[in-house]
Design a binder for this molecule. Structure first.
Ligand SMILES: NC(=O)c1ccc[n+]([C@@H]2O[C@H](COP(=O)([O-])OP(=O)(O)OC[C@H]3O[C@@H](n4cnc5c(N)ncnc54)[C@H](OP(=O)(O)O)[C@@H]3O)[C@@H](O)[C@H]2O)c1
Length: 164
C-alpha cells in the first residue's frame, strides 16, 4: 500500500509493484496451490481484500484498484469452485493498526487485537460467510448499497488526506 501522486508521477514502477504483489500474487498462489487443494477432502482459500475495494482512498489509487480487482477475482473463483470441496472466503478488513503505511500509530485505526477477535468469532459461524466483514468495515463495504456512496467517498477522502 503506497501513496501515489498521480499529477506528479514520473514513472509507474510503484504501480506495477503494487499490482504484482496485491493482484498477481494471489492469482499466482491460486494457480500454484489449487491442484493440491482440490485433492484434499476439504479446503478453504481466504483472499484478503479491503473496505477500500468498495470505496477507494484516493491517495492510494493503485492499491485500491488491486483490491477491487481481487474482490472481482474472488467472486469468479468462488463461482468456478462452487461444486468442489474448496470454499472461497473474502476477508474485508477496515483500517487496522498494523505496519501497513501509518496504521500502527494512527488512533483512527482499529486495534489489531480487537480486529482479530471479531474475525475469529465470525469464522466460527457455520457455514462460513462468503465475506468476513467486522462491524467497522460495513460503512465502506456497503457504501454503494446504502445510497450514500458519494457522501462517504468525499468524507473519507477529506478525513484521510493526511495518510502517508
Ligand atoms: N492494515 C490495514 O488497515 C488493512 C486494511 C485492509 C486490508 N489490509 C490487507 O491486509 C493484508 C495484511 O496487511 P497488514 O495490515 O497485516 O500489513 P503489514 O503488517 O504491513 O503486513 C504486510 C505483509 O505483506 C508482506 N509483503 C509485503 N510485500 C510483499 C511482497 N512483495 N512479497 C511478499 N510479501 C510481501 C510483508 O512481508 P514482510 O514482513 O516480510 O515485509 C508483511 O508480512 C494486506 O493484504 C493488506 O492489504 C490491511
Amino acid at each position: 500500500m503506497r501513496p501515489e501522486k498521480l499529477r506528479e508521477q514520473k514513472d509507474v514502477a510503484d504501480a506495477e509493484a503494487i499490482v504484482t504483489t496485491n493482484l498477481l500474487g494471489p492469482i499466482r498462489l491460486t494457480a500454484a496451490l489449487l491442484p493440491h487443494l482440490q485433492k484434499q477432502p476439504r479446503s478453504t482459500i481466504i483472499n484478503v481484500t479491503s473496505g477500500l475495494a468498495f470505496l477507494p482512498l484516493a491517495v492510494t489509487p493503485t492499491y485500491c484498484a488491486t483490491k477491487a480487482a481481487l474482490h472481482s477475482y474472488t467472486l469468479s473463483l468462488r463461482y468456478q469452485l462452487k461444486d468442489t470441496t474448496t470454499e472461497v472466503v473474502e476477508l474485508v478488513p477496515p483500517y487496522v493498526a498494523t505496519d501497513l503505511m501509518s496504521g500502527a500509530s494512527d488512533p483512527r485505526a482499529m486495534p489489531l487485537a480487537a480486529f482479530i477477535t471479531e474475525v475469529m468469532n465470525i469464522l466460527k459461524t457455520q457455514p462460513t460467510p462468503p465475506e468476513i466483514c467486522v462491524e467497522n468495515v460495513k460503512r465502506l463495504r456497503f457504501a454503494a448499497e446504502s445510497g450514500k456512496f458519494d457522501a462517504i467517498f468525499q468524507g473519507l477522502n477529506a478525513a484521510m488526506a493526511d495518510v502517508h
